[in-house]
Design a protein around this ligand. Structure first.
Ligand code: C5P
Length: 249
């Protein structure tokens, strides 16, 4: 089939090569269990739940590639989905770039998803892919913010009073989630062009903005929250329990 004739192919890159990211004592964050299954496995399954996703590339710590491969081998994924595990780099940006390099050329759409958002519903994944298929080069799921947000001048001493410099209009603010979806060539261009400064980019869509390319937002989902604090683990297990009660998941 010619490139023109075949439907677009979608791959997902999951950067999970961070070190020392811990939710209190216990295993590294991506390997922390939620209802007995590692968070990373939930995240891979959440991506594989979309029928459009053909390949999931997990970026693991260089010395953890074999361990992550075993983990994925041990947990069933849909047969239609392939997965690869590659070694990451020193920053998230570097790890995403290495994951992107492992995506075969015949994939036109690439999603980047946080392992720390294990419960994103398939409808959100599909909405992101759909928006890229419809012509957007960069798509971010996001929610309106509930809190009023202040921009401050950070205090010299942690915990000290901070000068407020601005109060953005709340109705125009969005809290962004993942998976973020991209036209593959645009994301490759962003990673080749946008300089790595310090810790590098924590947000791939932000890199595309720096290229000057348009980024659009689609509705996110409250269950796509990032598991960051210990309380988030409680919330995540409650979401899983509710899903199990509702549909035997
Ligand atoms: O450290 P932080 O929470 O910003 O990491 C965000 C994501 O990027 C995590 O899933 C982490 O595993 C990943 N990461 C990575 N390679 C690094 C640093 C972070 O894949 N060198």
């Amino acid at each position: 089939m010619s490139d023109e004739a075949r439907p677009p192919r979608t791959a997902v890159v999951i950067p999970a090569a961070g070190r020392g990211v811990r939710l209190g004592p216990g295993a590294p964050k991506a390997l922390r269990a939620l209802n007995g299954t590692p968070m990373l496995v939930h995240a891979v399954r959440a991506m594989a739940a979309s029928r459009a996703v053909r390949l999931v590339v997990v970026v693991a710590p260089a010395d953890g590639v074999a361990e992550v491969k075993h983990l994925l081998d041990d947990h069933a994924l849909p047969e239609r989905t392939d997965y690869l595990v590659v070694a990451g780099g020193d920053t998230r940006q570097e790890s995403v770039r290495l994951g992107l390099e492992a995506v075969p050329d015949d994939h036109d759409i690439v999603l980047v998803h946080d392992a720390a958002r294990p419960l994103v519903p398939v409808d959100t994944v599909d909405a992101v892919i759909e928006a890229v298929r419809d012509g957007a080069v960069a798509v971010v799921p996001a929610l309106p913010v509930a809190d009023t947000v202040k921009e401050v001048e950070p205090a010299a001493e942690p915990g000290g009073p901070e000068q407020v410099v601005a109060t953005p209009v709340r109705a125009r603010l969005r809290a962004v989630q993942t998976p973020q979806g991209f036209d593959r060539a645009t994301l490759v261009d962003a990673h080749a062009t946008v300089a790595l400064a310090g810790e590098g980019a924590t947000d791939d869509a932000g890199m595309v903005e720096k290229l000057g390319a348009p980024v659009v937002v689609v509705p996110g989902h409250e269950e796509a929250f990032k598991v960051t604090r210990p309380l988030d683990l409680v919330l995540a297990e409650a979401v899983l329990a509710r899903r199990r009660a509702n549909d035997g998941f």
